[in-house]
Design a protein around this ligand. Sequence first.
Ligand code: SF4
Length: 74
Amino acid sequence: MARVTIDRDACIGCGACWALVPEFFEQNPDDGKSQVVEKYRIGGDPAVGEAPNNLLDDVKSAADGCPVGVIKVE
Ligand code: SF4
């Protein structure tokens, strides 16, 4: 497992992350930016989540592919 954070302020809502890993990322309906799906949030924070091992490679790929580099995987 790994902790994942999204700098939602800097997200441009391009959709790449939730297109690649819809099991983990989704579009916030209010601001159009990326957030962690409720199931994987830590403390209910839409910007912080815990990626399970079976999604980790895809989540890392999404982080690498984010055009503004706002997804961090630790
Ligand atoms: S790939 Fe990056 S910029 Fe695009 S929606 Fe996801 S977090 Fe936002």
